[in-house]
Ligand binder design. Structure first.
Ligand code: SAH
Length: 257
């Protein structure tokens, strides 16, 4: 059996209880060494075979899983954040299916959630934005044309931009071209929830200058949107759910006096 496990985005104790149990029981662990906190490997049992996938090709990863399977061993494939977001897991799962190898997925705390927590931000505020767009700038991996950052930015929803810390000048340009005001709030969270985390609040027009000043070129989450501004700036409304006069299946609303 192969378990694809989300390691969480940094802090060792941000893995789920289930993920930790699977990690403790694993015979073989293949972890994404470029981003997974190596402190998590302290959870593995003695004699566990450990591979760093940052130094392996897809074929080598699959071969390691096949060998484990042939020996009746359990493999944990440890991915950063949540495996479903830029995790390159589908290609592994399809290959395992082809080989008749069973697998399951255990979710994890994605870095956009870790970054929001570090900023103490709510990404969906009533009357400001009720949508979060998870995306990236086109880099060595192209994005479909209709998903260009400019097209997506036109919605003015909250945006979480992955894999783009080295492209902030271009990101600024795309956001401006999509009509974002230069003073729209933005934030850069470097290594969210790691011990050396850095959070930088800035605006759409100062993203690249802020990153340059702090020497940030990778492993950063870029959040953009009015939800990051103060209440005076964005005028968000309180939620209806907790309003005194609002009736739900759990609570009868009362007229305010
Ligand atoms: N599956 C991961 C994303 C992998 S893609 C997840 O759910 O978070 C790698 C990108 O994720 C990085 O370029 C960066 O943009 C972001 N990232 C991963 N860990 C991060 C962290 N601790 N802090 C900020 N960004 C992070």
């Amino acid at each position: 059996m192969v378990y694809f496990v989300g390691a969480g985005c940094g802090a060792k104790d941000l893995i789920t209880v289930r993920g930790q149990r699977l990690l403790r029981q694993a015979d073989v662990v293949i972890y994404a060494g470029s981003l997974v906190n190596p402190a998590l490997l302290e959870e593995t049992r003695e004699g566990c075979e450990i591979y760093d996938s940052a130094k392996m090709t897809l074929d080598e990863v699959i071969a390691a899983m096949e060998r484990a399977e042939a020996g009746g061993l359990t493999t944990v494939r440890l991915h950063t954040g949540d495996p479903s977001i830029y995790g390159a897991v589908r290609e592994q799962m399809d290959r395992l299916s082809k080989r008749g190898i069973s697998y399951e997925v255990c979710p994890g705390v994605s870095s956009f959630c870790g970054a929001a927590a570090s900023l103490k931000a709510e990404l969906t505020l009533p009357e400001v934005s009720q949508t979060v767009i998870l995306t990236r700038m086109a880099g060595r991996t192209q994005t479909p044309k209709q998903e260009s950052l400019k097209e997506l930015a036109a919605h003015h929803a909250t945006m979480a931009v992955f894999l783009s810390a080295g492209l902030l000048k271009e990101l600024e340009q795309e956001l401006r071209a999509a009509g974002y005001e230069p003073e729209t709030p933005a934030a850069i969270v470097y290594k969210a929830t790691w011990p050396d985390e850095k959070t930088i609040r800035c605006t759409v027009s100062t993203l690249s200058a802020a990153a340059e000043r702090e020497g940030i070129t990778k492993t950063a989450m870029i959040l953009i949107g009015d939800v990051l501004g103060s209440r005076e700036q964005n005028g968000y409304a309180d939620s209806r759910l907790y309003a005194a006069d609002f009736t739900t299946g759990f609570r009868k609303g009362r007229k305010e006096t």
